[in-house]
Design a binder for this molecule. Structure first.
Ligand SMILES: NC(=O)c1ccc[n+]([C@@H]2O[C@H](COP(=O)([O-])OP(=O)(O)OC[C@H]3O[C@@H](n4cnc5c(N)ncnc54)[C@H](O)[C@@H]3O)[C@@H](O)[C@H]2O)c1
Length: 396
């Protein structure tokens, strides 16, 4: 169905995400126009695509002739008129700024054929607002890839207030065609699934560190060596970029209030000093000699169940708002961040009653909204839906 519907694509922005998305589309057989503001950025984007295709060939994931054919399907332009004239889909990947995104959406809308779908790769901004900048809000949706898009399996598909089901179905299908696993975010909530759950566990770690209850190395060692997470939250924050973590934190705080009260004291000074993590060589850790060494002997310094408790709570809030299903939340966290388990399956295994008790205790101790149990958790436990042992929890 999609093959006939979506043939020609435009990708707006040829940076970190844009070039990768253009490559994926081309590898799946689409003709792609990559659009940027100058030729220099475009040729850099093409160079990155060539490098990545070369790696796929080297690792025998695709044949050389298929890589060449994919590259030949990618054209570049600085002209929206040329790039969007006869497309079936545009995917926008310009910097994370609402005014810029609205201008870009209005521009594509004025050029692209009426049937074309316009998707945004935004990490946090409102899809509804972008849709309202066009005359086709029913054809505007979020299509949030993870970095690097060529390798990461997850795509969050986000429904704006006016997005049609047909648009969502088409994008879910497209994501599958690109070899990805899509999860559906049914409401245009800030942070979608992955960044929202991550925002909650980051805050729990930052506050714990700030209160002097554990060191950042101890928190990361516990998460890694006791919890089975690929990275602790401080290392992950450095990896993502502290400027991004800081900005997303502010957006979550504005959207959800005190539950996402950011720990300014821990992160703001580093951002101010330009210590943004891996990309600048230093953040919470020193990255100048490679990945930080997280000492194994600190693996019991932090109780990993605290991170799980706030992750489960945030998952419950997503369910409370009818924004996502337990399965999509779990898939999102496993494929978007390589968690060993999703928060809902964790809770079903560990027992929702225990998680609720932990949250109540933490809430009583610190009085922070971060720990205030979501009504969904209270309701499930009061119904006896405590997880696997009861035959019903988030699943069942
Ligand atoms: N980098 C990530 O890890 C990541 C992950 C998921 C989503 N995102 C989101 O993807 C989007 C792009 O992020 P990025 O990291 O690729 O940014 P980037 O800065 O690497 O690339 C943005 C590109 O857009 C171009 N651009 C700027 N204005 C433009 C315009 N008016 N028209 C066309 N092109 C324009 C820039 O020249 C640049 O090449 C953001 O919304 C970001 O939140 C980023």
């Amino acid at each position: 169905m999609v093959e006939t519907k979506l043939k020609k694509a435009a990708v707006i922005g040829s940076g970190t995400m844009g070039h990768g998305i253009a490559q994926l589309l081309a590898m799946a057989g689409h003709e792609v126009f990559m659009i940027d503001i100058n030729e220099e950025f475009l040729s850099k984007g093409v160079e990155r695509i060539k490098w990545s295709l070369g790696k796929f060939v080297e690792k025998r994931r695709i044949r050389r002739e298929d890589a060449d054919a994919a590259l030949a399907r990618i054209k570049t332009t600085t002209s929206y008129e040329e790039g969007c004239r006869d497309i079936d889909i545009a995917i926008e990947a310009v910097p994370e700024n609402m005014e810029l995104k609205k201008t870009v959406f209005a521009k594509i809308d004025s050029i692209a054929p009426a049937h074309a779908i316009l998707a945004s790769n935004t990490s946090t901004l409102s899809i509804t607002e972008m849709g309202n900048a066009t005359n086709r809000p029913e054809k505007v949706a979020g299509m949030h890839f993870f970095n690097p898009p060529q390798l990461m399996a997850l795509v969050e598909i986000i429904k704006g207030e006016k997005t049609s089901q047909e648009t969502i179905d088409t994008l879910m299908e497209l994501a599958r065609k690109l070899g990805k696993t899509p999860v559906l975010v049914r409401k245009d909530v800030r942070g979608f699934i992955v960044n929202r759950v991550l925002g909650a566990v980051f805050n729990e770690a930052f506050w714990t560190y700030h209160r002097g209850e554990a060191t950042k190395e101890g928190i990361d060692a516990s998460l890694k060596y006791s919890g089975g997470f690929p990275m602790g939250w401080f290392e992950l924050a450095d990896f993502v970029g502290l400027d991004i973590v800081y900005e997303v934190g502010k957006i979550l705080h504005a959207a959800y209030g005190e539950r996402f009260k950011p720990c300014e004291e821990v992160i703001a000074p580093l951002v101010k000093e330009g210590k943004l993590g891996q990309k600048t060589g230093v953040g919470f850790y020193d990255w100048t000699k490679g990945r930080p060494r997280i000492p194994f002997n600190l693996l019991e310094e932090y109780d990993v169940k605290r991170s799980w408790a706030v992750a489960v709570n945030e998952a419950a809030w997503l369910i409370y708002e009818d924004a996502a299903s337990p399965k999509d939340i779990d898939t999102g966290m496993k494929l978007g961040t390589y968690w060993p388990s999703g928060p809902c399956e964790y809770a079903d295994r560990a027992g929702l009653d225990g998680v609720l008790e932990r949250l109540k205790k933490l809430y009583a101790e610190y009085g922070m909204e971060l720990y205030k149990p979501c009504p969904v958790l209270e309701e499930y436990v009061s119904k006896g839906w405590t997880g696997k042992k009861a035959g019903r929890g988030f699943y069942g």
